[in-house]
Design a binder for this molecule. Structure first.
Ligand SMILES: Nc1ncnc2c1ncn2[C@@H]1O[C@H](COP(=O)(O)OP(=O)(O)OP(=O)(O)O)[C@@H](O)[C@H]1O
Ligand SMILES: [Mg+2]
Length: 173
């Protein structure tokens, strides 16, 4: 039987679900994700206050080998972490107070080229999707009714052809 033809943009999302038991494991997951990141990638982090978005980003920064500790970008919307080696810079965005979305982001006049960087955005849903055609969503949830305070369920949702190999490319934890 012939496969249904859905047109070029209709790649099904790749979804990986992981259980993360501690802040250290969340950082490790960030390092593992960093291993598959390339210049121009957009990573969007979703999860309630204190879910662990910045903790994961810290691991991304370590894995990418960038300068400066990743912290919550309070008072700044975006922080650029330049590469220590030959890899891409990490642009860490907190879009919480970014009312107008992309226009404001462009107005920030970041001293870096987004297509040559890895851009990681907290609170960016509905605001920054247009930055890249393909994107990796990291959705962090506290398991409902879980008595373990540190347990998080993390879903990696890869949108677009860029992420088709995520399942096999992501290093083992
Ligand atoms: N499994 C876990 N993964 C990540 N953080 C955890 C975990 N368990 C407990 N924590 C704690 O939860 C907090 C997560 O804070 P973090 O700043 O990473 O959250 P956030 O999602 O970025 O919040 P915000 O929306 O305020 O930016 C930290 O204090 C961390 O120690
Ligand atoms: Mg944060």
């Amino acid at each position: 039987m012939e496969a249904a033809h859905n047109g070029p943009a209709a790649t099904a999302p790749v979804i990986l679900e992981l259980s993360v038991g501690s802040p250290d494991q969340m950082r490790d997951l960030g390092r593992r994700i960093a291993a598959v990141l390339a210049p121009g990638d957009l990573v969007m982090l979703t999860g309630e206050l204190g879910a662990g978005k910045t903790t994961l980003t810290r691991g991304l920064g370590e894995g990418l080998g960038v300068r400066g500790a990743v912290t919550s970008p309070t008072f700044v919307i975006a922080r650029v972490h330049p590469p220590l080696g030959s890899g891409p810079a990490l642009v860490h965005v907190d879009a919480y107070r970014l009312g107008g979305g992309l226009d404001e982001m462009e107005d920030l006049d970041l001293d870096v080229s987004l297509p040559e960087s890895v851009v990681v955005v907290e609170w960016g849903d509905g605001k920054v999707e247009e930055l890249a055609e393909d994107r990796l969503h990291v959705v962090i949830d506290r398991a409902v009714g879980d008595t373990d305070d540190e347990r998080r369920t993390v879903r990696l949702v890869g949108i677009g052809a860029r992420w088709a190999g995520l399942r096999t490319d992501l290093p083992e934890g």
